[in-house]
Design a protein around this ligand. Structure first.
Ligand code: ADP
Ligand code: MG
Length: 251
């Protein structure tokens, strides 16, 4: 589904992604782990047109995604309409929810499908109601995000992403801004999605969740993809000493 080949990226003179190669197959659930500053967020941003990359190529179901500042083979800039179209196929959930504060939850969920995908409002309202029920917010349809807990806001943000019917979901530390007692309810929604066969890439520090839900674990450090293996293998017998050292520090 997603094929990342020799991806490289710098912020000015700082090289933050170095020759990243990664293949993600349909229904994979990939936990992307590694120390702070290792390039995990930047990697997700390169996939979703939030940052340009400098080297390599990324293909999503055969289509070139992301854009490049300098590579000769890859487009320098993609037309906005194409960016929007490709972005809708990859849902992204960030640490800080990013809901529209002036809109109710149902308005937040309806917005994309109606305005970006131009779907009929009645049909979208029905789907949005179902999605908010699915994430446990069926009684909060007409409430604004500021009246909700962080966990509720993050569940609404996931529902809003799902309303676009993405083929792949990218999560960047979705629970790290939450009070500890609210983490579980968001992980439960993600677990449900995983059980439903959604393809997911999850940047997380929740190692027990990664161990339970991920089919694969990718460890990054210093801009390198250090190790890529099954969750079972990485957590029980990491091959690279740096993976081992990281896991012994976080567990
Ligand atoms: P992670 O998500 O693994 O913590 P990031 O991808 O956020 O890592 O960051 C990787 C490196 O890139 C870090 O050294 C960080 O300071 C740097 N970096 C991230 N974003 C920017 C930016 N917009 N401008 C300059 N440097 C950045
Ligand atoms: Mg990050």
């Amino acid at each position: 589904m997603l094929s990342i080949k020799s991806l490289g990226k710098s912020y000015d003179k700082l090289r933050v992604l170095k020759d990243i190669n990664l293949e993600i197959n349909t229904k994979d659930i990939v936990a992307l782990i590694g120390p702070s500053g290792s390039g995990k967020s930047t990697l997700l941003k390169c996939l979703n047109f939030l940052e340009p990359y400098d080297e390599g190529e990324v293909h999503f179901n055969g289509e070139l995604v992301g854009y490049s500042k300098s590579a000769s083979k890859v487009r320098k800039m993609a037309p906005q309409a194409e960016i929007n179209r490709l972005r809708t196929r990859m849902g992204m959930v960030f640490q800080n929810f990013n809901l529209f504060p002036h809109m109710t939850l149902i308005e937040n969920v309806i917005e994309g499908p109606v305005h970006v995908l131009k779907k009929p409002a009645d049909e979208v309202r029905q789907m949005a109601t179902e999605l908010l029920h699915r994430v446990g917010l069926g009684d909060k349809l007409d409430v604004k995000p500021t009246r909700l807990s962080g966990g509720q806001q993050q569940r609404a943000a996931i529902a809003r992403s799902l309303a676009m019917k993405p083929e792949l979901m990218l999560f960047d530390e979705p629970t790290s801004a939450l009070d500890p007692e609210l983490v579980g309810e968001v992980l439960a929604v993600m677990r449900d999605l995983a059980g439903d066969g959604m393809t997911m890439v999850i940047v997380t520090h929740e190692m027990s969740f990664a161990r339970e839900v991920a089919s694969r674990v990718v460890f990054m450090e210093g801009g390198y993809l250090v190790e890529d293996g099954s969750a079972e293998q990485i957590f029980t017998a990491p091959m690279n000493p740096r993976t081992k050292s990281f896991l012994s520090r976080v567990n």
